[in-house]
Design a protein around this ligand. Structure first.
Ligand code: ADP
Ligand code: MG
Length: 396
Protein backbone atom coordinates (compact mmCIF):
# COMPACT_ATOMS: atom_id res chain seq x y z
CA UNK A 1 0.00 0.00 0.00
CA UNK A 2 1.61 3.22 -1.13
CA UNK A 3 -0.44 6.41 -1.12
CA UNK A 4 1.85 7.88 -3.76
CA UNK A 5 0.44 5.30 -6.19
CA UNK A 6 -3.09 6.42 -5.42
CA UNK A 7 -4.91 9.25 -7.15
CA UNK A 8 -5.28 12.46 -5.20
CA UNK A 9 -7.63 15.42 -5.57
CA UNK A 10 -5.07 16.96 -7.88
CA UNK A 11 -5.35 14.05 -10.33
CA UNK A 12 -9.02 14.60 -11.12
CA UNK A 13 -11.08 17.48 -12.55
CA UNK A 14 -13.47 18.63 -9.85
CA UNK A 15 -14.78 21.82 -11.47
CA UNK A 16 -18.55 22.03 -11.40
CA UNK A 17 -18.76 18.53 -9.90
CA UNK A 18 -20.48 17.37 -6.75
CA UNK A 19 -17.75 15.93 -4.55
CA UNK A 20 -18.53 13.70 -1.59
CA UNK A 21 -15.68 14.09 0.89
CA UNK A 22 -15.34 11.77 3.88
CA UNK A 23 -13.75 13.76 6.69
CA UNK A 24 -12.83 12.79 10.21
CA UNK A 25 -15.06 15.18 12.14
CA UNK A 26 -15.12 12.86 15.13
CA UNK A 27 -14.33 15.80 17.42
CA UNK A 28 -14.36 15.94 21.19
CA UNK A 29 -17.64 17.43 22.43
CA UNK A 30 -19.09 18.21 25.82
CA UNK A 31 -22.79 19.11 26.07
CA UNK A 32 -22.97 19.97 22.39
CA UNK A 33 -19.90 22.22 22.55
CA UNK A 34 -16.78 21.29 20.57
CA UNK A 35 -13.82 21.16 22.98
CA UNK A 36 -11.14 20.57 20.32
CA UNK A 37 -11.55 21.53 16.67
CA UNK A 38 -8.17 20.19 15.58
CA UNK A 39 -9.74 17.53 13.37
CA UNK A 40 -11.90 20.15 11.62
CA UNK A 41 -8.83 22.33 11.09
CA UNK A 42 -6.97 19.31 9.67
CA UNK A 43 -9.68 18.92 6.99
CA UNK A 44 -9.38 22.48 5.70
CA UNK A 45 -6.60 22.10 3.10
CA UNK A 46 -8.58 19.58 1.04
CA UNK A 47 -11.94 21.36 1.42
CA UNK A 48 -10.35 24.68 0.45
CA UNK A 49 -8.68 23.09 -2.56
CA UNK A 50 -12.03 21.71 -3.71
CA UNK A 51 -13.78 25.07 -3.23
CA UNK A 52 -10.99 27.00 -4.96
CA UNK A 53 -11.34 24.65 -7.91
CA UNK A 54 -15.06 25.13 -8.33
CA UNK A 55 -16.37 21.94 -6.74
CA UNK A 56 -19.70 21.55 -4.93
CA UNK A 57 -18.60 20.04 -1.65
CA UNK A 58 -20.71 17.46 0.20
CA UNK A 59 -18.93 16.53 3.43
CA UNK A 60 -19.71 13.54 5.61
CA UNK A 61 -18.30 11.98 8.76
CA UNK A 62 -19.16 9.90 11.77
CA UNK A 63 -19.25 11.28 15.30
CA UNK A 64 -19.05 8.98 18.29
CA UNK A 65 -21.02 5.75 18.47
CA UNK A 66 -24.75 6.41 18.01
CA UNK A 67 -25.19 2.70 17.17
CA UNK A 68 -27.26 3.05 14.01
CA UNK A 69 -30.00 5.43 15.07
CA UNK A 70 -30.60 9.17 15.20
CA UNK A 71 -29.49 10.60 18.53
CA UNK A 72 -29.38 14.40 18.78
CA UNK A 73 -26.26 14.39 20.98
CA UNK A 74 -24.35 12.84 18.07
CA UNK A 75 -25.53 15.39 15.50
CA UNK A 76 -22.83 17.00 13.37
CA UNK A 77 -24.68 20.35 13.43
CA UNK A 78 -22.09 22.01 15.75
CA UNK A 79 -19.38 20.91 13.30
CA UNK A 80 -21.19 22.64 10.41
CA UNK A 81 -21.13 25.88 12.41
CA UNK A 82 -17.44 25.60 13.30
CA UNK A 83 -16.45 24.53 9.78
CA UNK A 84 -18.35 27.54 8.42
CA UNK A 85 -16.48 29.86 10.78
CA UNK A 86 -13.14 28.41 9.73
CA UNK A 87 -13.95 28.62 6.01
CA UNK A 88 -15.63 32.01 6.29
CA UNK A 89 -18.75 30.81 4.46
CA UNK A 90 -22.07 29.33 5.47
CA UNK A 91 -22.02 25.52 5.64
CA UNK A 92 -25.45 24.04 4.96
CA UNK A 93 -26.49 21.25 7.33
CA UNK A 94 -28.64 18.36 6.14
CA UNK A 95 -31.17 16.88 8.55
CA UNK A 96 -30.29 13.36 7.43
CA UNK A 97 -27.60 11.35 5.61
CA UNK A 98 -29.25 9.99 2.46
CA UNK A 99 -32.85 11.14 3.02
CA UNK A 100 -34.95 13.88 1.47
CA UNK A 101 -33.07 16.73 3.18
CA UNK A 102 -29.66 15.49 1.99
CA UNK A 103 -30.95 14.80 -1.53
CA UNK A 104 -32.62 18.18 -1.97
CA UNK A 105 -29.73 20.19 -0.54
CA UNK A 106 -27.19 18.20 -2.58
CA UNK A 107 -29.16 18.70 -5.78
CA UNK A 108 -29.38 22.47 -5.22
CA UNK A 109 -25.71 22.87 -4.25
CA UNK A 110 -23.72 25.43 -6.29
CA UNK A 111 -20.02 25.69 -7.07
CA UNK A 112 -18.06 26.93 -4.05
CA UNK A 113 -20.76 25.83 -1.58
CA UNK A 114 -20.46 23.28 1.22
CA UNK A 115 -23.09 20.90 2.54
CA UNK A 116 -22.54 18.70 5.59
CA UNK A 117 -24.55 15.49 5.86
CA UNK A 118 -25.66 14.12 9.21
CA UNK A 119 -23.66 11.52 11.12
CA UNK A 120 -23.19 8.50 8.82
CA UNK A 121 -23.43 6.20 11.85
CA UNK A 122 -27.09 7.18 12.29
CA UNK A 123 -27.50 4.29 9.81
CA UNK A 124 -26.57 0.85 11.07
CA UNK A 125 -25.61 -0.09 7.49
CA UNK A 126 -22.59 2.27 7.65
CA UNK A 127 -20.36 0.09 9.81
CA UNK A 128 -21.49 -3.05 7.96
CA UNK A 129 -20.22 -1.66 4.66
CA UNK A 130 -23.67 -2.35 3.21
CA UNK A 131 -23.64 -1.92 -0.61
CA UNK A 132 -27.14 -0.38 -0.79
CA UNK A 133 -26.23 2.35 1.69
CA UNK A 134 -22.93 2.95 -0.13
CA UNK A 135 -24.82 3.28 -3.40
CA UNK A 136 -27.30 5.75 -1.87
CA UNK A 137 -24.47 7.87 -0.45
CA UNK A 138 -22.61 7.75 -3.76
CA UNK A 139 -25.73 8.82 -5.67
CA UNK A 140 -25.52 12.26 -4.05
CA UNK A 141 -22.21 13.03 -5.82
CA UNK A 142 -20.02 12.49 -8.86
CA UNK A 143 -16.62 12.14 -7.22
CA UNK A 144 -15.53 10.65 -3.88
CA UNK A 145 -12.64 12.02 -1.84
CA UNK A 146 -11.44 10.26 1.28
CA UNK A 147 -9.58 12.49 3.71
CA UNK A 148 -10.59 10.76 6.93
CA UNK A 149 -7.27 9.33 8.06
CA UNK A 150 -8.69 8.67 11.54
CA UNK A 151 -11.23 6.25 10.02
CA UNK A 152 -9.05 4.80 7.26
CA UNK A 153 -8.53 1.56 9.21
CA UNK A 154 -12.27 0.86 9.01
CA UNK A 155 -13.94 -0.74 5.98
CA UNK A 156 -17.25 1.10 6.25
CA UNK A 157 -19.59 2.51 3.58
CA UNK A 158 -18.31 6.07 3.81
CA UNK A 159 -14.64 5.05 4.01
CA UNK A 160 -14.46 2.30 1.39
CA UNK A 161 -17.90 1.18 0.10
CA UNK A 162 -18.67 4.36 -1.87
CA UNK A 163 -15.43 3.90 -3.81
CA UNK A 164 -17.17 1.06 -5.67
CA UNK A 165 -19.60 3.53 -7.24
CA UNK A 166 -17.61 6.75 -7.81
CA UNK A 167 -14.16 7.81 -8.97
CA UNK A 168 -12.24 7.71 -5.66
CA UNK A 169 -9.23 9.84 -4.73
CA UNK A 170 -7.36 10.80 -1.56
CA UNK A 171 -7.20 14.18 0.16
CA UNK A 172 -4.24 16.09 1.58
CA UNK A 173 -4.61 14.91 5.18
CA UNK A 174 -4.49 11.24 4.24
CA UNK A 175 -1.52 11.96 2.04
CA UNK A 176 0.34 13.89 4.74
CA UNK A 177 -0.26 11.20 7.36
CA UNK A 178 0.89 8.42 5.06
CA UNK A 179 3.90 10.35 3.81
CA UNK A 180 5.14 11.02 7.34
CA UNK A 181 4.38 7.68 8.93
CA UNK A 182 5.07 5.66 5.77
CA UNK A 183 8.27 7.60 5.15
CA UNK A 184 9.49 6.91 8.69
CA UNK A 185 8.77 3.22 8.28
CA UNK A 186 10.04 2.65 4.75
CA UNK A 187 12.78 5.15 4.14
CA UNK A 188 13.80 6.75 7.44
CA UNK A 189 16.65 9.05 8.10
CA UNK A 190 18.75 6.88 10.42
CA UNK A 191 19.22 6.06 13.17
CA UNK A 192 15.54 5.24 13.54
CA UNK A 193 14.48 5.22 17.19
CA UNK A 194 11.07 3.94 18.28
CA UNK A 195 9.75 4.83 21.72
CA UNK A 196 6.85 2.76 22.97
CA UNK A 197 4.90 3.19 26.16
CA UNK A 198 1.35 3.31 27.39
CA UNK A 199 -0.50 0.93 29.55
CA UNK A 200 -0.46 -2.50 27.94
CA UNK A 201 1.95 -4.63 25.93
CA UNK A 202 -1.01 -6.55 24.54
CA UNK A 203 -2.21 -3.37 22.74
CA UNK A 204 1.17 -2.90 21.11
CA UNK A 205 2.44 -6.37 20.21
CA UNK A 206 1.77 -5.77 16.51
CA UNK A 207 3.54 -2.42 16.63
CA UNK A 208 6.59 -3.80 18.44
CA UNK A 209 6.83 -6.79 16.08
CA UNK A 210 6.67 -4.63 12.96
CA UNK A 211 9.00 -1.93 14.27
CA UNK A 212 11.55 -4.50 15.40
CA UNK A 213 12.26 -5.20 11.72
CA UNK A 214 12.95 -1.56 10.95
CA UNK A 215 14.46 0.30 13.89
CA UNK A 216 17.99 0.77 15.15
CA UNK A 217 16.85 1.40 18.72
CA UNK A 218 13.69 0.35 20.54
CA UNK A 219 12.84 2.08 23.81
CA UNK A 220 10.12 0.71 26.07
CA UNK A 221 8.64 2.70 28.95
CA UNK A 222 5.23 3.21 30.52
CA UNK A 223 3.11 0.50 32.07
CA UNK A 224 4.12 -2.04 29.44
CA UNK A 225 7.73 -1.98 30.68
CA UNK A 226 6.77 -4.00 33.77
CA UNK A 227 5.93 -7.08 31.71
CA UNK A 228 9.50 -6.86 30.39
CA UNK A 229 10.76 -6.49 33.98
CA UNK A 230 8.95 -9.70 34.89
CA UNK A 231 10.56 -11.38 31.88
CA UNK A 232 13.95 -10.39 33.30
CA UNK A 233 13.02 -11.80 36.68
CA UNK A 234 12.52 -8.50 38.52
CA UNK A 235 9.68 -8.11 41.01
CA UNK A 236 7.14 -5.62 39.77
CA UNK A 237 5.21 -5.02 43.02
CA UNK A 238 1.67 -3.96 42.20
CA UNK A 239 2.65 -2.45 38.82
CA UNK A 240 0.50 -3.22 35.80
CA UNK A 241 1.91 -6.47 34.39
CA UNK A 242 0.47 -8.94 31.91
CA UNK A 243 1.35 -12.44 33.11
CA UNK A 244 0.30 -14.05 29.86
CA UNK A 245 2.65 -11.81 27.85
CA UNK A 246 5.82 -12.41 29.86
CA UNK A 247 7.10 -15.14 27.53
CA UNK A 248 6.43 -12.94 24.54
CA UNK A 249 8.32 -10.08 26.19
CA UNK A 250 11.28 -12.40 26.72
CA UNK A 251 11.14 -13.48 23.06
CA UNK A 252 11.05 -9.86 21.93
CA UNK A 253 14.16 -9.01 23.91
CA UNK A 254 15.91 -12.07 22.45
CA UNK A 255 14.82 -11.08 18.94
CA UNK A 256 16.20 -7.58 19.43
CA UNK A 257 19.52 -9.00 20.51
CA UNK A 258 19.63 -11.38 17.54
CA UNK A 259 18.91 -8.54 15.12
CA UNK A 260 21.36 -6.13 16.71
CA UNK A 261 18.55 -3.75 17.68
CA UNK A 262 19.42 -1.72 20.77
CA UNK A 263 16.63 -2.43 23.25
CA UNK A 264 16.22 -0.14 26.26
CA UNK A 265 13.93 -0.56 29.25
CA UNK A 266 13.85 1.61 32.37
CA UNK A 267 16.70 1.29 34.88
CA UNK A 268 14.77 3.16 37.58
CA UNK A 269 11.18 4.13 38.25
CA UNK A 270 8.91 6.55 40.06
CA UNK A 271 6.67 4.40 42.17
CA UNK A 272 3.35 5.25 43.77
CA UNK A 273 1.94 3.64 46.88
CA UNK A 274 -1.35 3.29 45.06
CA UNK A 275 -2.92 4.21 41.73
CA UNK A 276 -3.86 7.78 42.64
CA UNK A 277 -2.81 11.26 41.61
CA UNK A 278 -1.68 12.39 45.07
CA UNK A 279 -0.23 9.10 46.31
CA UNK A 280 3.21 8.91 48.02
CA UNK A 281 6.07 8.79 45.53
CA UNK A 282 9.49 7.17 45.66
CA UNK A 283 12.23 6.44 43.15
CA UNK A 284 13.91 3.03 43.03
CA UNK A 285 16.07 1.01 40.64
CA UNK A 286 14.27 -1.47 38.44
CA UNK A 287 15.48 -4.53 40.36
CA UNK A 288 14.32 -3.13 43.71
CA UNK A 289 10.57 -2.55 43.45
CA UNK A 290 8.93 -3.35 46.83
CA UNK A 291 5.93 -5.68 46.87
CA UNK A 292 3.35 -3.03 47.77
CA UNK A 293 4.38 -0.22 45.39
CA UNK A 294 3.60 0.30 41.71
CA UNK A 295 5.59 1.82 38.87
CA UNK A 296 3.78 4.86 37.50
CA UNK A 297 6.61 6.62 35.63
CA UNK A 298 10.21 6.11 34.54
CA UNK A 299 12.84 7.45 36.95
CA UNK A 300 15.50 10.18 36.51
CA UNK A 301 18.34 7.82 35.53
CA UNK A 302 16.09 6.37 32.84
CA UNK A 303 15.17 9.84 31.60
CA UNK A 304 18.90 10.48 31.07
CA UNK A 305 19.43 7.06 29.45
CA UNK A 306 16.52 7.50 27.04
CA UNK A 307 17.45 11.12 26.26
CA UNK A 308 20.94 9.98 25.35
CA UNK A 309 19.57 7.34 22.96
CA UNK A 310 17.23 9.89 21.36
CA UNK A 311 19.90 12.59 21.01
CA UNK A 312 21.51 11.23 17.85
CA UNK A 313 18.32 10.01 16.16
CA UNK A 314 17.54 10.83 12.55
CA UNK A 315 13.92 9.76 12.92
CA UNK A 316 11.84 9.11 16.03
CA UNK A 317 8.53 7.25 16.10
CA UNK A 318 6.80 7.69 19.43
CA UNK A 319 3.71 5.91 20.69
CA UNK A 320 2.67 5.73 24.31
CA UNK A 321 3.40 7.94 27.33
CA UNK A 322 6.28 6.96 29.67
CA UNK A 323 4.00 7.01 32.69
CA UNK A 324 0.63 8.19 33.90
CA UNK A 325 1.33 11.57 32.33
CA UNK A 326 -2.21 12.79 33.02
CA UNK A 327 -0.99 13.26 36.63
CA UNK A 328 1.61 15.90 37.45
CA UNK A 329 3.60 13.60 39.78
CA UNK A 330 4.04 11.03 37.01
CA UNK A 331 4.44 13.24 33.93
CA UNK A 332 8.18 13.81 34.30
CA UNK A 333 9.31 10.88 32.13
CA UNK A 334 6.97 11.82 29.28
CA UNK A 335 8.14 15.45 29.46
CA UNK A 336 11.80 14.32 29.46
CA UNK A 337 11.29 12.18 26.37
CA UNK A 338 9.35 14.95 24.59
CA UNK A 339 12.14 17.41 25.44
CA UNK A 340 14.82 15.04 24.16
CA UNK A 341 12.91 14.52 20.90
CA UNK A 342 12.43 18.27 20.47
CA UNK A 343 16.13 18.92 21.05
CA UNK A 344 17.31 16.08 18.80
CA UNK A 345 16.30 17.88 15.62
CA UNK A 346 15.12 14.52 14.27
CA UNK A 347 12.05 13.90 12.14
CA UNK A 348 9.57 13.09 14.86
CA UNK A 349 6.27 11.31 14.49
CA UNK A 350 3.75 10.84 17.29
CA UNK A 351 1.05 8.21 16.83
CA UNK A 352 -1.71 7.03 19.15
CA UNK A 353 -4.63 8.93 20.64
CA UNK A 354 -3.38 9.31 24.22
CA UNK A 355 0.16 10.08 23.07
CA UNK A 356 -1.05 12.87 20.79
CA UNK A 357 -3.18 14.26 23.63
CA UNK A 358 -0.25 14.10 26.08
CA UNK A 359 2.13 15.86 23.68
CA UNK A 360 -0.45 18.59 23.14
CA UNK A 361 -1.32 19.01 26.81
CA UNK A 362 2.32 19.12 27.90
CA UNK A 363 3.05 21.87 25.36
CA UNK A 364 5.19 20.04 22.80
CA UNK A 365 2.77 20.05 19.87
CA UNK A 366 4.74 22.52 17.74
CA UNK A 367 8.04 20.75 18.53
CA UNK A 368 7.10 17.52 16.73
CA UNK A 369 7.31 17.11 12.95
CA UNK A 370 4.02 15.25 12.80
CA UNK A 371 1.32 14.37 15.31
CA UNK A 372 -1.10 11.91 13.80
CA UNK A 373 -4.79 12.84 13.82
CA UNK A 374 -5.72 9.16 13.80
CA UNK A 375 -5.18 7.14 16.97
CA UNK A 376 -6.28 3.66 15.90
CA UNK A 377 -5.41 4.22 12.24
CA UNK A 378 -1.85 5.31 13.07
CA UNK A 379 -1.35 2.23 15.24
CA UNK A 380 -2.60 -0.12 12.53
CA UNK A 381 -0.33 1.60 10.05
CA UNK A 382 2.63 1.20 12.44
CA UNK A 383 1.69 -2.49 12.69
CA UNK A 384 2.34 -2.68 8.96
CA UNK A 385 -1.32 -3.24 8.05
CA UNK A 386 -2.95 -1.90 4.91
CA UNK A 387 -5.66 0.68 5.61
CA UNK A 388 -8.90 -0.21 3.76
CA UNK A 389 -9.73 3.48 3.28
CA UNK A 390 -6.53 3.93 1.32
CA UNK A 391 -6.59 0.61 -0.52
CA UNK A 392 -10.05 1.49 -1.91
CA UNK A 393 -8.78 4.61 -3.71
CA UNK A 394 -8.14 4.54 -7.46
CA UNK A 395 -4.62 3.77 -8.62
CA UNK A 396 -2.82 6.34 -10.73
P1 ADP B 1 -1.97 5.61 22.87
O1 ADP B 1 -3.44 5.93 22.97
O2 ADP B 1 -1.16 6.82 22.53
O3 ADP B 1 -1.69 4.44 21.99
P2 ADP B 1 -2.04 4.05 25.29
O4 ADP B 1 -3.52 4.06 25.28
O5 ADP B 1 -1.35 2.78 24.96
O6 ADP B 1 -1.47 5.22 24.35
O7 ADP B 1 -1.49 4.46 26.71
C1 ADP B 1 -1.89 5.59 27.42
C2 ADP B 1 -2.28 5.25 28.82
O8 ADP B 1 -1.27 4.51 29.49
C3 ADP B 1 -2.51 6.49 29.65
O9 ADP B 1 -3.84 6.51 30.09
C4 ADP B 1 -1.54 6.32 30.82
O10 ADP B 1 -2.08 6.74 32.05
C5 ADP B 1 -1.29 4.83 30.85
N1 ADP B 1 -0.03 4.48 31.52
C6 ADP B 1 1.21 4.85 31.18
N2 ADP B 1 2.11 4.38 32.04
C7 ADP B 1 1.43 3.68 32.96
C8 ADP B 1 1.81 2.93 34.13
N3 ADP B 1 3.10 2.83 34.52
N4 ADP B 1 0.83 2.32 34.84
C9 ADP B 1 -0.46 2.43 34.46
N5 ADP B 1 -0.89 3.11 33.38
C10 ADP B 1 0.04 3.72 32.63
MG1 MG C 1 -5.02 4.97 24.03
Amino acid sequence: MNVLNKKSVEDIDVRGKKVLIRCDFNVKMENGVITSDKRIVASLPTIKYLLDNGAKVIACSHLGRPKGEFKPEFSLAPVAVRLGELLGIEVKMAKDVIGESAQTLAADLKEGEVLLLENVRFHKEETKNDPEFSKALASLAEIYVNDAFGSAHRAHCSTTGVADYLPAVGGYLIRKELEYIGGALENPQRPLVAILGGAKVSDKIGVITNLMEKVDTLIVGGGMAYTFFAAKGYSVGTSICEEDKIDMAREMMAAAEAKGVKFLIPVDNRLGKEYAEDTDVMVVDSDAIPDDWMGLDIGPKTEALFADAIKGAGTVIWNGPMGVSEWKNFASGTIAVATAIAESGSISIVGGGDSAAAVQKLGFADKMSHISTGGGASLEFLEGKDLPGVVALNDK
